[in-house]
Design a protein around this ligand. Structure first.
Ligand code: TNX
Length: 632
């Protein structure tokens, strides 16, 4: 690689030494590229700028078309796309080149981007690499480039030489469309946004207790019944169960044409769509449609977010052959819809209590010499693997699939920490790391008193510390990682965006950039620049990194006290205990926990940065803080 790069640099020296105009600007890119060398001057995009694709490669031509269409909305220019071989730069053109034609980094998905005052060149061994080079180029243009409508801006790109390639092959985002349904239009927007940060796997959680979302033509009840539930708004888990005769009006599903449309859209952005069909647990919606596949026989209703777990049977019966006929039918239709080599079968949190009391399950366990219900789940997963393999697919599942013995070729998605992933990798199985404490995008990202109700806690800075490759494991088994957006408490597209960004930025950088280049302060300042882009794109995001976090502690005398912290460095924190709003004239936090005065009913705090209020006032009842303290 090093020698190869040297040749590249020598070849390009003549180009990059274009006459100096302005001093070298800085770039604010996410994910941070492997190497960025800023040069003086800038390239000015104009109505007459040409986009040149290498001849005869449909996917590369399509990348050129993608670039032209993104640029068209904000600039109002329809840049011409042509095919031609240009070994080096062409004046006033953005030239995309596939290597073989000229030097470029050899990593698949890698690219080299050269911007001079004369023109832009992106080269890569693959069309995917060209696409990533295009993303970097877009981020070098002003934020207005993200706008869907015509904007006035100086469309310039600073001169730069970038060499870049990803750290991990699996750079995923998961969206749960069962707990709340999201339209195909939103799903496409979600995929477009993740692709802009060079993520490449969209894990589509299509089925669960609260809705079956994919049309299966041979099993029409799955969507006629399983896609709909009674409408509810209350906090998830506390919702009223369906009333007798109440109409199930809330929900939706994707037709197979919708699925093909989304898959094609993702493919144009080099994103692989991995479908998840949950089994044996988390299957109440399917059982509402086909109750004969359960141990108890039903009838069942699609769950609207009420508390039912362990009280209502929500697992397929592995003692019943009909279950396997069902799985075969579903996969026969699912497999050809998705080009992905993997199909996700879920496998998590299966309550097996009903299996213990089921005669068919007991018979199956005796016949197959299975000594416990975990092995019975493994029996089902192994058969699911065989079915998938007969349709040309590999199986991936949540780490519970390890419990009764791992299916021979299964890949494991580790969510209950990293342990499942470590165990699987040690058995030479492929692993995707998605531990709750680093990647669960449904968790609180700021103080719960300021945020819409959910559970857990995952700060942006914690996401950024995620390290997918554990010590003592051969890295070749770690495919990569993934952010998971579960949607029990995410009812709308705007809120899905709010939960995803900026934590998705942190994960994008963890999955793509060299481990050694991670730098929180630098990342945080790049996040601020990306906010301008999200504003221009009208994508929602959370500004929680500007807020104060309050933690209940005990001071040296054992009295209740409060610790105040911010994720951003360079902040001052101001607070009050008398109910008035804090600002830079009230008490300043020294860094040491402050004792809570005995008669104070409320603590309020705000961070200041650069002479201004940085975020929101956090207000907590003193007794809530003490309660938090008791829980710790
Ligand atoms: C656990 S992660 C689940 C999901 C929930 C999520 C909420 C996993 C495989 N199972 O069903 O939505 O927690 O954070």
């Amino acid at each position: 690689m090093a020698a190869h790069m040297k040749t590249t640099i020598v070849c390009l020296t003549a180009l990059v030494l274009a006459p100096a105009a302005a001093p070298a600007a800085t770039a604010s890119l996410i994910p941070q590229p492997v190497s960025v060398e800023m040069r003086p001057g800038a390239f000015r995009l104009q109505a007459g700028t040409a986009i040149v694709a290498p001849p005869g490669v449909a996917e590369a031509r399509q990348v050129a078309g993608y670039l032209a269409s993104v640029l068209a909305a904000p600039t109002g220019w329809q840049l011409k796309v042509s095919e031609s071989t240009y070994p080096l730069l062409r004046r006033n053109a953005i030239v995309l080149g596939l290597s073989g034609q000229s030097p470029a980094p050899v990593q698949p998905e890698g690219y080299e981007l050269v911007v001079t005052q004369r023109g832009v060149r992106i080269q890569s061994p693959t069309p995917a690499g060209l696409f990533y080079g295009v993303q970097t180029l877009l981020q070098l243009l002003p934020p207005e480039i993200e706008s869907q409508t015509r904007r006035e801006a100086a469309w310039t790109v600073p001169c730069v030489h970038i060499v870049d390639y990803p750290r991990f092959a699996w750079r995923g985002m998961m969206l749960d469309v069962s707990r709340h349904f999201f339209t195909k239009e939103f799903v496409k927007q979600y995929i477009d946004r993740m692709a802009r940060y060079k993520m490449n796997v969209f894990h589509w959680h299509l089925t669960d207790d609260n809705g079956w979302r994919i049309e299966i033509k041979g099993l029409p009840q799955l969507t006629q019944v399983g896609a709909w539930r009674v409408p509810r708004l209350a906090k998830w888990g506390t919702r009223e169960a369906p009333r007798e005769g109440e109409a199930a009006t809330d929900g939706g599903f994707y037709t197979q044409d919708d699925i093909r449309e989304v898959v094609a859209y993702a493919r144009q952005r080099f994103v692989t769509v991995v479908p998840e069909i949950e089994m044996p647990g988390h299957s109440l919606a399917a059982l509402a449609a086909y109750p004969e596949l359960s141990c108890t026989g039903g009838p069942f209703q699609v769950n609207p977010g009420s508390n039912f777990y362990e009280k209502v049977d929500n697992a397929f019966c592995p003692g019943n052959e009909k279950t396997f006929e069902f799985i075969d039918k579903v996969f026969s239709e699912v497999a050809p819809l998705f080009p992905s080599e993997y199909v996700h079968i879920g496998g998590d949190e299966c309550f097996k209590g009903f299996w213990k009391a089921c005669a068919k399950c007991q018979r199956r366990m005796a016949d197959e010499h299975l000594s416990n219900v975990e092995e019975l789940q493994s029996y089902l997963v192994r058969r699911a693997e065989k079915i998938l393999e007969s349709k040309g697919k590999k199986l991936i599942g949540w780490d519970e699939i390890l419990e009764g013995g791992l299916a021979p070729n299964a890949a494991v998605m580790s969510w209950r920490g990293m342990e499942g992933g470590i165990a699987a990798a040690k058995m030479n199985h492929q692993v995707v790391m998605t531990p709750t404490n680093f990647v669960y995008l449904d968790y609180y990202q700021g103080d719960p008193s300021l945020e819409p109700s959910t559970f857990g806690r995952l700060l942006l800075s914690t996401c950024y510390r995620f390290e997918p490759t554990p010590e003592g494991v051969d890295p070749k088994f770690i495919l990569g990682g993934q952010g998971n957006l579960w949607t029990e408490s995410v009812p709308t597209p705007r809120h899905a965006e709010y939960m995803t960004w900026p934590r998705g930025f942190a994960l994008a950088e963890v999955f793509w950039s060299p481990k050694a280049s991670r730098n929180w302060d630098d990342f945080a300042s790049r996040v601020e620049m990306q906010f301008q882009r999200l504003d221009a794109a009208q994508v929602n995001y959370a500004r929680t990194m500007y807020d104060v976090t309050l933690t209940g502690v005990r001071d040296v005398a054992g009295k209740p006290a409060v610790r105040m912290s911010t994720e951003l460095t360079g902040c001052d924190i101001y607070y009050t205990f008398d109910g008035t709003n804090p600002d830079s004239f009230t008490a300043k936090y020294s860094g040491e926990p402050v004792a809570i005065p005995g008669d104070a009913s409320v603590v309020k705090a705000i961070a200041w940065r650069g002479g201004r209020a940085s975020g929101r006032v956090v207000t907590l009842a003193a007794r809530d803080l003490t309660a938090r303290l008791e829980r710790q």
